[in-house]
Design a protein around this ligand. Sequence first.
Ligand code: FAD
Length: 400
Amino acid sequence: MNTFDADVVMVGGGPSGLAAACALAPHGRSAVIVDEALDHTLASRAPTVHAGTLGVLARIGCAEELIAEGTRAGTFRMRNRTTVLTTQPMHSLPGPYRFAVIIPQHRTEAILRARAETLGVRFVKGRASGVVQDGTGVRILLDGGGVVTGRFLVAADGMRSTIRQAVGIPYPETAASRGDREPMLIADVRPGQVPEEPVIVMSSGALVLLPLPGGILRIIMNAAPEAGVSDLEILRREFLARRPKGMDFEVGEVVWLSRFNVTHRLADTFRSGRVLLAGDAGHVHSPAGGQGMNLGIRDGVYAAEALDRSLRAEERGEPWEAPLDAYAQDRREAAAAVIGLTNRMMSMLMAPPVARPLRDLMLWTLSHTAAPRKQALALSGLLDTGPVFVDAPAGAMTNS
Ligand SMILES: Cc1cc2nc3c(=O)[nH]c(=O)nc-3n(C[C@H](O)[C@H](O)[C@H](O)COP(=O)(O)OP(=O)(O)OC[C@H]3O[C@@H](n4cnc5c(N)ncnc54)[C@H](O)[C@@H]3O)c2cc1C
């Protein structure tokens, strides 16, 4: 009989790995998280937790604290400088969460981590350099010679995933991404005054404004680097140029400023033997609509449900692959759908000047139809209900 450090090892203790670990514990499954950087930075990154993700977080006991700490957004308003063109009514969503929560990613991670610790998840600080699989489990090799063993592995180690590379899963750019690495500026600022609800402004470029707790405003804008001009200067200048009429404040104190390029990648498969991919290890796309972390958290929880089924099947001596295959297929489809959604949003936000009047007219016209409610539903993640598992026939025996 093999003994393992845990039923399941998560490599990566970001939102996806933490969610997976929290979701395994209630099934009575032991979980270890291996992360090279257990003390995370205060960079706030993903600020939006959507209603569908709140529902999934409620299953692992993390939704209420997030809601209590964050800012509730009942609408996402899209406008040009002078006119509100359409409003996505999160308050019209079905179910208990008729809003999105705006909260910095490091707080979401802190809440998940505290929950994981309460549930008895163990944390190992170390960098995974590879993985070896056999018929019974996985051995995660750490830099410096350590080894952590488990029956299964969730690779939640981000977009440069060492584990995904070690098991040889390709991670190609999707067609929409090629030649379209839009440079973006992202900042958290204290302007002294913030809008009450998220605002997406489409003027000479895109400007997304999200009110975080504590009087902090998240700003995301497309803006290329300029020789001899600092990003701070670009941020201040473009904010003034793009801000809506009537919004008379300036950027103010800058708490955090960073750059990233929009790219879209999707893993060819989300499973290799006993290894599942979750979160950015399997998909990455534009931040439009605030989908990335949400999808990763749902991946993590759905991975845990699939793994518990596979563990039970293996313990009965039955084939265990089907739940993991259902997970892999479902999550790849869910990620492809989100990539399509964020692509469409990016195309709309980044419309060339000549197309903007028509875009604005179309948005305003559609605002009087069911389109904004449909868009709110798509963004909420409520339609992403996870894999459907078909139980193996009773008595079926494994031949592996
Ligand atoms: C600048 C920026 C802005 C963003 N803005 C948004 C946004 O507005 N909305 C949105 O939804 N998303 C946004 N995202 C994306 C969002 O942050 C990610 O989708 C989310 O963090 C994915 O979570 P994850 O757990 O899958 O991966 P990560 O958060 O990347 O976590 C991976 C973890 O794995 C660990 N790790 C990596 N390699 C190893 C290894 N070999 N061994 C051990 N540990 C390892 C890392 O230390 C890390 O803790 C943004 C990302 C960036 C960089």
